[in-house]
Design a binder for this molecule. Structure first.
Ligand code: SF4
Length: 79
């Protein structure tokens, strides 16, 4: 099953720079099958919003994804 947010994803729509061969492997690994493992998808899933996924977040940048999700949790504690 393909990623449900592929239509608006900056990576999937070739707006992020990456070597073509690597991009192809990530699309096969994440976008076209294991999208729940993708850093971009994890941020989307956490916030339930495509608008919360930074356009420049790479699918394999798990550190940044975890930071974003962690910040989101901290932020919510104050409300
Ligand atoms: S990069 Fe991630 S969020 Fe974008 S289409 Fe692929 S799996 Fe989905």
């Amino acid at each position: 099953m393909a990623c449900p947010i592929a239509g608006t994803c900056t990576f999937f729509n070739n707006q992020l720079r990456m070597m073509e061969e690597r991009k192809k492997i990530i699309k096969i690994t994440f976008c076209l099958s294991g999208f729940t493992q993708c850093a971009r998808y994890k941020v989307y899933e956490h916030f339930k919003s495509e608008h919360k996924v930074p356009p420049n977040l790479y699918p394999n940048n798990f550190d940044h994804a975890h930071e974003l999700i962690g910040l989101g949790k901290k932020h919510r504690k104050f409300y």
